[in-house]
Design a protein around this ligand. Structure first.
Ligand SMILES: Nc1ncnc2c1ncn2[C@@H]1O[C@H](COP(=O)(O)OP(=O)(O)OP(=O)(O)O)[C@@H](O)[C@H]1O
Ligand SMILES: [Mg+2]
Length: 235
């Protein structure tokens, strides 16, 4: 009898710990296919206000699911591939992608030299900051500059409501949203946490501050990586 109980204790304690990130990643992943199917079905319906509302809701759910996947990935160690890139051209192309779909995004400054970084992680980080500026303020101003000591800063600024000073640190936590400014604005509360994880994986820092005159300033600072750490470009 005692032996059986003892065996059960051993079995229970040997069970692998539940990893909440794994659950988030697999649920988000598995929801993608049915959501895509539902959206395709909704798009095939006759045009009506209800159909368009349904499509908008499904798109919102797709966004939340995507954020869940990106967040889980970024916490599990982002896949960082360092390459020497033309950062000015990358920023220009990012801004053009937004402008092409009618979004008010502007770019000031240039660094005028090649930069070693993971283009995918940097782009994802900047997109999360730009998406916030667009969502909460309607427009985003990017500015890039070289700093003394071989580093650079990329700032994303807006003229929206900003964030209450006592909540500036909390918004970096996953799923935290500022209740006073999100009425009617959807989001998973993951964009800034993802941006912070990815920035750390690039060896940089991300800070937030309210601007004089109103609005938020998200500041990314990146130190130069030695060119020897870059993966050679594919031929
Ligand atoms: N530019 C901004 N202006 C005002 N508030 C902001 C801004 N950026 C972020 N916030 C506040 O910080 C919160 C967290 O931002 P975060 O990007 O992590 O999540 P989200 O935008 O709510 O959702 P998502 O995961 O879709 O990005 C937001 O809910 C909002 O309250
Ligand atoms: Mg966001």
């Amino acid at each position: 009898m005692r032996t059986q109980a003892a065996t059960r204790v051993v079995e229970l304690s040997a069970a692998p710990p539940i990893d909440p990130l794994r659950i988030l990643a697999s649920m988000s992943h598995d929801l993608q296919t049915p959501l895509t199917r539902m959206k395709l079905r909704a798009e095939a319906m006759a045009d009506s206000i209800e159909r368009n509302k349904l499509i908008a809701d499904l798109e919102e759910m797709q966004h939340l699911v995507r954020q869940g996947i990106v967040y889980a990935r970024s916490r599990h160690g982002a896949d960082v591939t360092l390459r020497r890139i033309d950062l000015d051209a990358c920023l220009q192309s990012l801004v053009s992608d937004y402008r092409d779909i009618g979004k008010a995004v502007t770019l000031f400054g240039r660094i005028g030299m090649p930069w070693v970084t993971c283009q995918h992680s940097l782009r994802r980080t900047l997109m999360n900051l730009i998406d916030n500026a667009l969502k909460y303020a309607g427009a985003a101003e990017l500015s890039v500059r070289r700093l003394p000591g071989n580093s650079i800063s990329i700032a994303v600024a807006d003229r929206g409501p900003g964030i209450p000073p006592e909540e500036l640190a909390a918004v970096m936590q996953p799923f935290y949203r500022v209740s006073s400014c999100i009425a009617g604005i959807s989001g998973a509360g993951l964009g800034l946490s993802i941006a912070q994880e990815l920035t750390a994986s690039l060896g940089g820092t991300l800070s937030l501050a309210n601007r004089e005159g109103g609005g938020l300033l998200a500041m990314l600072t990146l130190a130069a990586c030695p060119a020897s750490r870059a993966t050679p470009a594919r031929r």
